[in-house]
Design a protein around this ligand. Structure first.
Ligand SMILES: O=C(O)Cc1cc(O)ccc1O
Ligand SMILES: [Fe+2]
Length: 432
């Protein structure tokens, strides 16, 4: 099925599933057309600077406040904030791809396994990286579960299996190679076709935005036009749902006799978005030296310190390497920022072996890392003809705060216990 989308990051959209629903020239008329309720959803403080300000008006069959009381919902593998991680030794860590279980029913909520955490959701800073292992839909095939995250925005990076994401504001189809950005507080359900694996960044801090482009100019990297928002859509026949809400690091459940997918029309600039990484305009060196990976930033969540991100979403897409007299893979480095990486497909040039699609790695603040022995050997002697890196997509969640792995992630069965060996062959070649 081909869906219709609205185009443009941060645009002020107006969309109606029933024509004539949106009020004209005002937001909250005495009576909304078709007997609907008007409801305002804000994503930033009312008084946030205009360039950052995000809010949307929804016109719906019943306001979100019509819901039963919430009781705790057990999901012990979903962790929140630094306090729920383990203070592990400052070693580089790598995980093999974790298989999607077949014996246990896992939807997008029950399938969350938190890998690393930092910050504090209550203080609205930091992030978590999750791996989500899914073998059940949430909203089709008899299931009727909806999720709302009050702790943060969710960036979904599907690795295996396409996702159909129903949201209060409409439906997004998101396949591996694409990503979805779901705002804090907006209800959604994730449906899958089969065993699926998704990397997720749960961002407790400022909403992701496009990075500044500086001397790059007015075009390049992720262009605003390529972000796609859903058109308004609502359920024709209301039926009961289970609402699961995350707030204060705890999951809660309530039932409601209709789904939150009852928004007939909406307008505003706070909405779910999808983005196809194939549209990323990759910029690199056309002279010499390997540039800093900040040139690959798709989205950034700023912290209170200019230039120092709460979390950046960075991709390593297919691209040409042409730099002369240059060691072309990433250099060896100790980075003040902390780096969580995943591989959607193919090979990553710094780690041709061992870093496998569906796998993950963690190089925390100032933990030394870089190309493995094999990559160093090849790149030090390769003929420097133009080379196209093809069929590859790695990504990084890079944060100013150290990430603590969870107890789940530190299980020896999941970790690549031999990771450090990939550098053991880097011999001393010094010739005085
Ligand atoms: O460590 C990594 O593989 C990520 C990375 C890539 C790069 O091109 C430069 C720096 C960096 O941290
Ligand atoms: Fe790095």
């Amino acid at each position: 099925m081909t869906r219709t989308y609205l185009s443009g990051f941060g645009n002020h959209f107006a969309t109606e599933a029933v024509p004539g629903t949106l009020p004209v020239g005002r937001n909250s008329p005495q009576r909304v057309a078709h007997g609907l309720y008007a409801e305002l959803l804000s994503g930033t403080a009312f008084t946030a600077p205009r360039v950052e300000n995000r809010r949307t008006w929804v016109y719906r069959r019943q306001p979100a406040v019509v819901v039963g009381g919430y009781t705790p919902y057990a999901q012990p593998l979903w962790k929140t904030g630094l306090a729920e991680g383990v203070n592990a030794p400052p070693d580089p860590l790598r995980w093999h791809p974790v298989p999607v279980p077949e014996d246990t029913a896992l939807d997008f909520i029950d399938g969350v396994r938190t890998v690393v955490v930092n910050g504090d959701a209550e203080a609205q800073n930091g992030m978590a990286a999750h791996l989500v292992l899914i073998n059940r839909p949430m909203f089709t095939g008899g299931a009727r579960r909806c999720f709302i995250n009050n702790d943060g925005e969710m960036l979904l990076v599907p690795q295996q299996g396409a996702l159909c994401i129903t949201t209060e504001l409409g439906v997004l189809d998101v396949a591996p190679g694409e990503v979805a950005l779901l705002p804090r507080g907006v209800a959604f359900s994730v449906d899958v076709q089969g065993p699926s694996r998704v990397y997720v960044c749960e961002n407790y801090g400022a909403p992701f935005r496009l990075p500044e482009l500086g001397p790059i100019g007015s075009n390049g990297l992720a262009n605003p036009r390529d972000f796609q928002a859903p058109v308004a859509a609502f359920e024709a026949t209301p039926a009961p749902v289970q609402l699961i809400k995350k707030a204060g690091g705890q999951l809660w459940q309530a039932t409601q006799d209709h789904s939150p997918y009852d928004v007939v029309a909406w307008h505003g600039n706070l909405c779910p978005l999808k983005y196809d990484t194939a549209h990323f305009n990759t910029i690199g060196s056309i002279s010499f030296d390997h540039p800093d990976p900040s040139i690959f930033t798709v989205l950034t969540s700023p912290s209170d310190t200019p230039g120092v991100a709460n979390v950046d979403f960075v991709i390593f897409p297919p691209r040409w390497l042409v730099a002369e007299d240059t060691f072309r893979p990433p250099w060896y480095h100790r980075n003040v920022m902390s780096e969580f990486m995943g591989l959607v497909l193919g090979q990553y040039d710094a780690k041709p072996e061992g870093f496998r699609p569906g796998g993950m790695s963690l190089h925390n603040s100032h933990v030394p890392h870089g190309p493995d022995t094999e990559a160093f050997g090849k790149a030090s002697s390769a003929a420097l003809a133009p080379q196209k890196l093809e069929d590859t997509l790695a990504f990084m969640f890079e944060s100013r705060w150290r990430m603590r792995p969870t107890a789940w992630a530190l299980q020896p069965a999941l970790l690549d216990g031999a990771y450090a060996q990939c550098w053991a062959g880097l011999a001393d070649h010094f010739q005085p």
